[in-house]
Design a binder for this molecule. Structure first.
Ligand SMILES: O=P(O)(O)OC[C@H]1O[C@H](OP(=O)(O)OP(=O)(O)O)[C@H](O)[C@@H]1O
Ligand SMILES: Nc1nc2[nH]cnc2c(=O)[nH]1
Length: 185
C-alpha cells in the first residue's frame, strides 16, 4: 500500500502540467457562455458521465443559470487502465428522454467511442437533440469517425495520457487542480 501510494505521488511529481487551474477555469467559462447562448431555452436534461465528468459538471453547472434537469450516466471503457477496451455500462438514464434535449458532459473526448455510444443510446431512447460537452479533445487521428468533435469543447490537448480535473491515473488524481500529462506517455 505504501509503495503504491509512493508511486502515485511520484507520478504527480514527475508529470508535466499542460494546463493550470486558471487555464481550465477560463475554458469552463467559455464553454458555459457558449452553452448559455445555445441551450438556455431548451429545457435540457444534463447528464454527467461518471466518473470523469464529475468535476467538470460540478464546475460547469453553476455557470448555467437556466432551467434544466440533472442526472448521471456511468459508462467506462478504461477502468483504471491506460488504454480503452469495450464500453461497460454501469448506470443508464432514469428520465424518459422522448422528445427531450440532452446535454452530455464528460472530461475528455479521446477516441470518442464512449461519447459516440452514449449519443446513440440517447437517440435510441427518443431524445430529439443530443449535445455533447467535453473539457478536452485529444489531438490524434484515431477518432471513432473522422472529424469527430463535441458540440462544446474547452481545450484541445496533445496526444498523451492525461490526468487531473476528473481524469484519473490508476484511480488517483481526479482531484488534481490542473491538467497533467504522465511522464513518458
Ligand atoms: O473517447 P474515449 O477513448 O472513449 O475515452 C473517453 C472516456 O474515457 C474516460 O472514461 P473511463 O472509461 O476512463 O472511465 P472514468 O470516467 O471512470 O475514468 C473519460 O472519462 C471518457 O468518458
Ligand atoms: N485519465 C485518462 N482517461 C482517459 N480516457 C481516455 N483518454 C484518457 C486519458 O488521457 N486520461
Amino acid at each position: 500500500m505504501a509503495v503504491e501510494l509512493q508511486h502515485i505521488k511520484e507520478v504527480m511529481a514527475e508529470a508535466d502540467c499542460l494546463f493550470t487551474e486558471a487555464d481550465v477555469e477560463a475554458a469552463l467559462q467559455r464553454m458555459a457562455d457558449d452553452i448559455n447562448t445555445r441551450l438556455s431555452d431548451s429545457n435540457p436534461i444534463v447528464y454527467s458521465v461518471m466518473n470523469g465528468g464529475l468535476i467538470i459538471s460540478g464546475k460547469l453547472l453553476p455557470k448555467l443559470p437556466f432551467p434544466m434537469e440533472v442526472g448521471y450516466l456511468h459508462a467506462t471503457r478504461y477502468r483504471n487502465k491506460l488504454s480503452g477496451g469495450e464500453l461497460f455500462w454501469k448506470a443508464r438514464a432514469e428520465h424518459s428522454l422522448a422528445g427531450r434535449t440532452v446535454l452530455i458532459i464528460d472530461d475528455i473526448l479521446d477516441e470518442g467511442h464512449t461519447l459516440a455510444a452514449i449519443v446513440e443510446y440517447c437517440r435510441d431512447a427518443g431524445a430529439e437533440h443530443v449535445y455533447t460537452a467535453v473539457l478536452l479533445d485529444k489531438q490524434h487521428d484515431r477518432k471513432a469517425y473522422p472529424g469527430m468533435r463535441a458540440d462544446f469543447t474547452g481545450m484541445d490537448v496533445e496526444d498523451r495520457y492525461i490526468f487531473g480535473y476528473g481524469l484519473d491515473y490508476k484511480g488517483y488524481w481526479r482531484n488534481a487542480a490542473g491538467i497533467f500529462a504522465l511522464k513518458g506517455h
